[in-house]
Design a protein around this ligand. Structure first.
Ligand SMILES: [Zn+2]
Length: 405
């Protein structure tokens, strides 16, 4: 199959079955309007080929989004056996102009701050329902350490920890995978993975990750690939002992008024209690979390619920601000810590063993994902502020690893 048709879209006339001279030669007998019509026919023929034969979605080329030239290119040997899904963990976009701007910003970041040869991903997918060409079909990306030479990296523009991308964007990504197979860039017996299945990262976000596990040919672990040694195999989330996390949308959270990105890994994790009711079911814990969010936003005037995560005695973790947004839980510590709060008042009763275990799993998970430094220090709220929190009974955390007053 001829290769670069889809990427180049209408610009692919050099691949035409007709000799180019017949179209462009000044000696041509054809009149201008007739040449133009033929050109148009060619363009239509090629777009039709892209959509019908290769099944490729519209791809905004590098020149269309205003890319810088790459410093270097390494040829990818195709077809590759893997496709890896990412999120960009930044803003999302819904127009060609705003998505193009975002992609340019990501390219600058990858080239100037990370020192890479080019934008890391092979393609990016916007919620404007367009695909943006990154390194393209035949250049090795820089998106998943140790996997770049054998995979294509597709990244959704946005942060998809607590919500999934638009249905249109999800469909287009799947079209792009099919297109990759049809054009011979991806093996027809390919395996689909999330970034977190191959590197310790939260990417592509809990919500998006959950979605892609339902796509065709998804496999968290290959036959010979073993999970990271520091983690157990019994994971519902595909990466380590990640406890069940109830996302904001599952919990019915309100949108935050704003978000400040947390620069990770942070060196501290701070434990709280909510000093209110406790709960033992997903329904009652979700209700409690919603009311805490209302209190923090409406009475305290904060941008969102204060904590990064909340832990219920139902054995579930509830997403607050998540892994990569500053909390509002301990002034002067918000930018250097994650705040985990146990739902309930633990002055005289200790939380259930399940909740205590899950809190410790969540700390380990934070380390594994690179959100918390592996040399982190654990503290109780009372160690950073004059308060009773996290409660005398919960202050058993002094016995947990890496605790320091
Ligand atoms: Zn990623």
């Amino acid at each position: 199959m001829p290769a670069p048709l889809c990427t180049l879209q209408g610009a692919s006339l050099h691949g035409s079955a007709l000799p180019p001279a017949q179209l462009f030669s000044p000696q041509s007998q054809l009149g201008l309007s007739k040449r133009r019509r033929m050109l148009l026919t060619q363009v239509m023929w090629f777009s039709a080929l892209c959509t019908t034969v290769f099944g490729c979605p519209t791809i905004i080329t590098r020149s269309q989004w205003g890319a810088r030239a790459p410093r270097d290119r390494v040829q990818l040997s195709t077809p590759v056996p893997y496709v890896i899904i990412h999120h960009t963990a930044g803003s999302s976009c819904i127009s060609q102009a705003s998505c193009s701007q975002l992609v340019r910003g990501i390219q600058n970041y990858h080239m100037d701050s990370k020192g890479w040869a080019d934008i890391g991903y092979n393609f990016l997918i916007g919620e404007d329902s367009r695909v943006y060409e990154g390194r393209g079909w035949s250049t090795m990306g820089a998106h998943a350490k140790n996997w770049n030479h054998k995979s294509l990296g597709f990244s959704f523009l946005g942060t998809f920890s607590s919500r999934v991308p638009s249905a249109a964007a999800l469909n287009i990504a799947q079209d792009l995978i099919q297109c990759a197979v049809n054009r011979g860039s991806l093996s027809s017996s390919y395996t689909l993975k999330g970034h977190r299945n191959v590197n310790p990262t939260e990417c592509p976000g809990n919500a998006l990750y959950r979605d892609i596990t339902q796509w065709p040919r998804f496999k968290a672990w290959g036959a010979r690939q073993k999970p990271h040694p520091s983690m157990s195999r019994q994971s519902g989330m595909g990466w380590g002992r990640l406890p069940t996390i109830i996302t904001r949308s599952q919990c019915g959270a309100r949108a935050p008024r704003n978000r400040v990105p947390l620069s990770t890994p942070v060196p501290y994790v701070i434990i709280y209690h909510t000093a209110g009711s406790s709960c033992i079911s997903q329904a009652s814990c979700s209700q409690l979390v919603r009311s805490i969010q209302n209190y923090h936003m409406d009475s305290n005037g904060w941008a969102d619920i204060g904590y990064n995560f909340l832990i219920g005695e139902d054995g579930r973790v509830y997403e607050g601000r998540g892994w990569s947004t500053w909390g509002t839980h301990a002034s002067a510590w918000n930018d250097i810590s994650l705040g985990f709060s146990l739902l309930g008042t633990f002055s005289s009763t200790v939380p259930s063993a399940a909740a205590l275990n899950i809190a410790q799993d969540l700390i380990q998970c934070a380390v594994n994902m690179g959100s918390l430094s592996s040399s982190y220090i654990l503290k109780g709220h009372r160690n950073v502020k004059e308060t009773e929190s996290p409660g005398e009974a919960l202050y058993v955390i002094t016995q947990w690893p890496r605790f320091q007053t």
